[in-house]
Design a protein around this ligand. Structure first.
Ligand code: AMP
Length: 113
């Protein structure tokens, strides 16, 4: 989608530090990490947010969670990790292309807000 930052990353127009890629999914390191390990996992198809997941496109979300488990195993995140998807204004979503943050590498806060 034009003017979508993450679509430009998928197209290679903006560089990223890739962690994983297949036909449906790209994972790359967040440019402003909030934990020692901070990775974003995104579908290659443009879905604006978690609010736009439907019966027609939800298969890619299931695949994303398989990829998250693979990344966690490959990076040996044995102590655990957090998966977050911010959706909409109140959640401070800043990029309007569905993405899942993987946060790990330290004791994360119990607070979810
Ligand atoms: P959110 O605030 O949940 O929409 O998350 C968007 C994330 O994208 C933020 O954590 C940003 O640091 C990250 N981000 C923005 N631009 C880039 C970029 N060019 N490469 C990697 N991560 C980025």
């Amino acid at each position: 989608m034009e003017d979508c930052l993450f679509c430009k990353i998928i197209a290679g127009e903006i560089p990223s530090k890739k962690v994983y890629e297949d036909e449906q999914v790209l994972a790359f390191y967040d440019i402003a990490p909030m934990a020692p390990v901070h990775i974003l996992v995104i579908p290659k198809m443009h879905i604006s947010s978690a609010a736009e997941i439907t019966a027609e496109n939800s298969a890619v979300v299931a695949h994303i969670f398989e990829v998250i488990a693979k990344i966690a195993a490959d990076l040996k995140l044995e102590n655990g990790f957090r998966v977050v998807s911010n959706c909409g204004r109140d959640a401070c979503q800043s990029v309007h292309h569905l993405h899942f943050h993987i946060l790990a590498g330290k004791q994360l806060s119990e607070k979810m807000d």
